[in-house]
Design a protein around this ligand. Structure first.
Ligand code: FES
Length: 114
């Protein structure tokens, strides 16, 4: 398991995202509703960066064709059978970390950033 520091708590503005590289993966870390979430940055439809999408009410809307993905589990909001990778986020010592298992799974939860 890789545990990667993303940023300091409060450095990521509400409704925004940043991308961290973990091995060969790029993971988008979002802040929404004061919580942090991490899903694969690459949209499973055609490869857009989800970090560039609009974040609202627990979802990110892909900037290319407007597919919406739930931040809590990486599922496509219109067809939850389609999912992108989703990763656990933790807060420790004033920093935000994303946890990426050696074989990434689709389970994760948001971390409160307060
Ligand atoms: S690339 Fe994301 S919806 Fe098409």
């Amino acid at each position: 398991m890789a545990c990667v520091k993303v940023c300091g708590v409060g450095e990521l503005a509400e409704g925004s995202a940043l991308v961290v590289g973990v091995g060969r993966k790029e993971i988008a870390v979002f802040r929404d509703g004061g919580n942090y979430f991490a899903i694969d940055d690459c949209c499973p439809h055609a490869g857009a960066s989800l970090a560039g999408g609009h974040v609202e009410n627990g979802t990110v809307t892909c900037p290319w064709h407007a597919w919406r993905f739930r931040l809590s589990d990486g599922a496509w909001a219109d067809n939850p059978k389609v999912k992108t990778g989703c990763y656990a986020v933790s807060i420790a010592d004033g920093s935000v970390y994303v946890e990426v298992p050696d074989s990434p799974s689709s389970t994760a939860s948001g971390a409160t950033g307060t």
